[in-house]
Design a protein around this ligand. Structure first.
Ligand code: NAP
Ligand code: 3JN
Length: 348
């Protein structure tokens, strides 16, 4: 990142899957940090974490934790954000919130920098980071919308277990071990911790991510629908989603069907746009079996797109396969890129 005055930063949820990735990326990107504070619940307070060869002690997050903080990156769940983000703002910090707590609030910009960086200018202290499945989809769709217009999107996701946090990763590991040892699998967490029933995720596919809404869609599906419309500034875009959890640790994959507005397009027209798109890498050559996979995308920054095909029955229909690391671009990296753009543009 270009030279900028270093800032005081707080990471809330620093001991979680997302928080740990935020710390790792802050280190590798040379983010301009003066002081950094790592915050968690009382449970992890006192834990030691290394940062740029220094040993830091995790502290319990409290309202006073945000005194003298310039930017606070929240990933500790919606209820923590609801309680503590206003406290951080009251003390002069700008909050980038990784939860769904404020995403649909009309006074809160919901931002993927490659798509709608300018929305950051209207912030009132809180900026929301979108859901991981939304981020990678809109990164791929925005250039296509700008070039050709979009009228409909139908997406089915294949989501990694790490999206559900540390405990879910442990559950997949344990169930895999149990299954391979011919033991009964114990399922206590997925699909949703607080729900009545739990199903094994190992060697399985669960068509439920987050709780069901009255409409029959899950909350994860509604997040994708509502957040995408807000980020793309496309309230009239028709979007449907089916979100599915699969037994791998990292990267979400999505099969995306789109109807474009322009007539007579060829696959090459979409390739040409995607090749130039910021933050997108095209990996598409059936002749050499070139396409993105979750394992290949893990730990990488970009959103990878492949399998671009024209629908066989609809001249305006196309199919895409979109893959990205759910903890990198889907969460930690996008959060940090938002903070970087705030600093670079002097929009803090
Ligand atoms: P996780 O691995 O379970 O970690 C949760 C973190 O929150 C831990 O650091 C935990 O601290 C902390 N925490 C819990 N209760 C707290 C409290 N009362 N006060 C302060 N800190 C508290 O979960 P995760 O996967 O990292 O996800 C964390 C949150 O990030 C999710 O709830 C979600 O809102 C958001 N998220 C967003 C995306 C996205 O799509 N952009 C993806 C995944 C997650 P302890 O160690 O003390 O328990
Ligand atoms: O399940 C996934 O793959 C992504 C999960 C994201 C998540 C998990 C718990 C709570 C979110 C989110 O970011 O939408 C939330 C939430 O804040 O609602």
């Amino acid at each position: 990142m270009a030279e900028n005055n270093p800032v005081n930063i707080a990471v809330v949820g620093a001991t979680g899957v997302v928080g740990e990735k935020i710390i790792e990326i802050l280190e590798t990107r040379n983010f301009p940090i003066n002081e950094i504070k790592l915050l968690s619940s009382k449970r992890s307070a006192g834990k030691k974490v290394s940062f740029n060869s220094r040993e830091l002690t995790v502290e319990e997050a409290r309202p006073e934790s945000f005194d003298n903080i310039d930017i606070a990156l929240f990933s500790a769940g919606g209820s923590v954000s609801k309680k503590l983000a206003p406290e951080a703002v009251k003390r002069g910090a700008v909050v980038v919130d990784n939860t769904s707590a404020y995403r649909m609030d009309e006074n809160v910009p919901l931002v993927v920098p490659e798509v709608n960086e300018n929305d950051l200018q209207s912030h009132n202290g809180i900026i929301a980071n979108p859901n991981c499945s939304t981020i990678q989809m809109v990164a791929a769709l925005n250039p296509l919308q700008e070039a050709f217009g979009l009228s409909r999107v139908i997406v089915s996701t294949y989501q990694a277990v790490s999206g559900a946090g540390n405990e879910a990763n442990n559950e997949l590991e344990e169930q895999t071990r149990q299954y391979l040892n011919n033991e009964e699998m114990t399922a206590e967490l997925l699909p949703v911790k607080g729900d009545e029933k739990h199903f094994p995720i190992a060697f399985n596919a669960l068509p439920q991510i987050d709780v069901f809404q009255e409409s029959g869609y899950t909350f994860e599906e509604m997040k994708m629908i509502n957040e995408s419309k807000k980020i793309l500034h496309a309230q009239n875009l028709a979007i449907a989603a089916t979100c599915v959890r699969l037994p791998f640790f990292t990267s979400h994959a999505e099969s995306v069907y789109i109807d474009v507005e322009k007539d007579g397009l060829k696959v090459e027209d979409l390739w040409n746009v995607l090749k130039e798109a910021d933050g997108v890498t095209l990996q598409d050559d059936p002749g050499t079996q070139t396409y993105p996979t979750p394992l290949d995308a893990a730990d990488k920054e970009d959103v990878f797109v492949g399998r671009v095909r024209k629908d066989l029955d609809n001249d305006k229909g196309f199919h895409l396969w979109v893959v990205s690391d759910n903890l990198v671009k889907g969460a930690a990296l996008n959060t940090i890129q938002i903070a970087e753009r705030l600093i670079q543009n002097k929009w803090l």
